[in-house]
Each structure stands twice: as structure tokens, then as C-alpha cells.
Design a protein around this ligand. Structure first.
Ligand code: TYD
Length: 226
């Protein structure tokens, strides 16, 4: 059975990386094989592009060209890391994926949707996540957490965007979840860490169980020649 592709999305300081580590420990304790990765990055080519984007070097090109860079990084990441891990049967936990491009680079509805769709199609080559966990936190809380985590380091290309932009992104993530309820689950990240972790573990356990039953059902109908 092909592995399971789970992406984590949310605004700055939503706690994605902490929750990914918690979930990985939970899944490994069940004997499952887990690959953790992140975007932009995850493969050598994509990590190089990450540096260009987050340093702000490409900012002047505008969001569409930044989206082209994210798409190039994603195509490399999918081909070299995500697909092989899924073929091995791993559960892949990815910190941000295509929804981040929709939300960060294409927040303005007046932008060219066809470009977004084409980039998405090219970068993913059919590999949409099986499940996307959107960790939702109020923008103020997220910004405070991100500032604490940063310490003395200056804010990167996207962390420095103002509260109104960040609130727009939060709403855009919630809209994706409303539009694609089969793929996306929203989790309230403004709760104690362990409570959020338990909630996410329960969602993922349910989803993996459902997939197991589906796979058993499929092999049963194949076995019956149907
Ligand atoms: P990172 O330091 O990994 O931040 P975070 O912990 O918030 O994920 O930086 C990734 C930044 O890149 C983040 O601000 C969101 C942004 N981003 C996009 O703008 N578009 C994308 O497609 C992706 C994957 C990330």
C-alpha cells in the first residue's frame, strides 16, 4: 500500500513544526515509518531556492515570480523526496505545501488564477496530500510566538508582513478548509501543546484506519474478480 501524505499548514507561529515532531513520535511508537520534511526545501535543489526566497532576494520580482520559484522547489522536492518515501510506504509529514502558495503568493483574488493552477499542476504532478491539517491561531498569538522563536534574528521575507496581511492569510486557509472538507481539517492551535497534539493524533489515527479498511475492501473485490 502506498504511504500516506500529510501536510501541515497555518500562519506564522501556528506551531506546525512542534506538532509535526509530536505526531511523528506518536506514529513511530505504533511502529510506523515516518518521513518529516518541510517547504520551501526538503531536497538539495529546493533548499538552495529556499535561501533565495527567504532572504528576500526575489521579493522585487513580485508574488507571481516568487510562486514560480516555490513551484520549482516543490517539483524537485516531490520527485526526489516525497514520491520515493510514499513508494516505500512511509507516512510523509510535510511542513507547508501547495496551500501555502495559494495563500501567500495568491492572496489577492485579482491575480491570475490560471497561473496558480498551472504551477500547481506542474509542481505536484498529481500528488495531492491525502490529509491537510490546518493549525489555526489568532494572528497576534502567532506573531508573538514567531518573535519569541526568532530571538535576535531579524524577521524573514514573510514574517515581516503586517497584521492585516496575516489575518487575510488566516482567512484564506480557513476558506481552503471549507472548500475541501474531505482533505482538510482545521485544528485550534490556541490551546495547550499536548491537547493540540492529542487532537491531531486522533485525526490521523482515524484517517489511517479508514485507509486500511479501504485497502482491505479493494483487495477483497480484486480477489473476487470484481
Ligand atoms: P519557515 O521559516 O519555514 O516558516 P514557518 O515556520 O512559518 O513555516 O519559512 C517559510 C516561509 O515561506 C513562510 O513564511 C511561508 C512562506 N511560504 C510561501 O510564501 N509560499 C509557499 O509556497 C511556501 C511553502 C512557504
Amino acid at each position: 500500500m502506498r504511504g500516506c501524505f500529510i501536510t501541515f499548514e497555518g500562519g506564522e507561529g501556528s506551531g506546525k513544526s512542534t506538532q509535526i515532531a509530536q505526531l511523528a513520535a506518536h506514529l513511530r511508537s505504533q511502529g510506523r515509518s515516518v518521513t518529516i520534511t518541510r517547504e520551501p526545501g526538503g531536497s538539495p535543489g529546493a533548499e538552495a531556492i529556499r535561501h533565495i526566497i527567504l532572504s528576500g532576494t526575489a521579493e522585487e520580482l513580485g508574488p507571481e515570480w516568487e510562486a514560480v520559484l516555490f513551484a520549482a522547489a516543490r517539483a524537485d522536492h516531490v520527485a526526489l523526496l516525497i514520491k520515493p518515501a510514499l513508494e516505500r510506504g512511509d507516512i510523509v509529514l510535510c511542513d507547508r505545501f501547495h496551500d501555502s502558495t495559494r495563500v501567500y503568493q495568491f492572496l489577492d483574488p485579482a491575480q491570475d488564477r490560471r497561473l496558480l493552477e498551472r504551477l500547481e499542476k506542474a509542481a505536484l504532478s498529481g500528488l495531492y496530500p491525502d490529509l491537510t491539517i490546518i493549525i489555526d491561531v489568532p494572528v497576534e498569538t502567532g506573531s508573538e510566538r514567531a518573535a519569541k522563536r526568532r530571538g535576535d534574528r531579524s524577521a524573514d521575507r514573510f514574517e515581516k508582513d503586517d497584521m492585516a496581511v496575516q489575518e487575510g492569510r488566516r482567512q484564506a486557509f480557513l476558506k481552503i478548509a471549507a472548500d475541501e472538507p474531505e482533505r482538510c481539517v482545521v485544528v485550534n492551535g490556541d490551546r495547550p501543546l499536548q491537547e493540540v497534539a492529542q487532537k491531531i493524533a486522533a485525526i490521523v489515527d482515524d484517517r489511517l484506519e479508514a485507509r486500511r479498511f479501504e485497502a482491505i475492501g479493494q483487495s477483497f473485490s480484486v480477489g473476487n474478480g470484481r
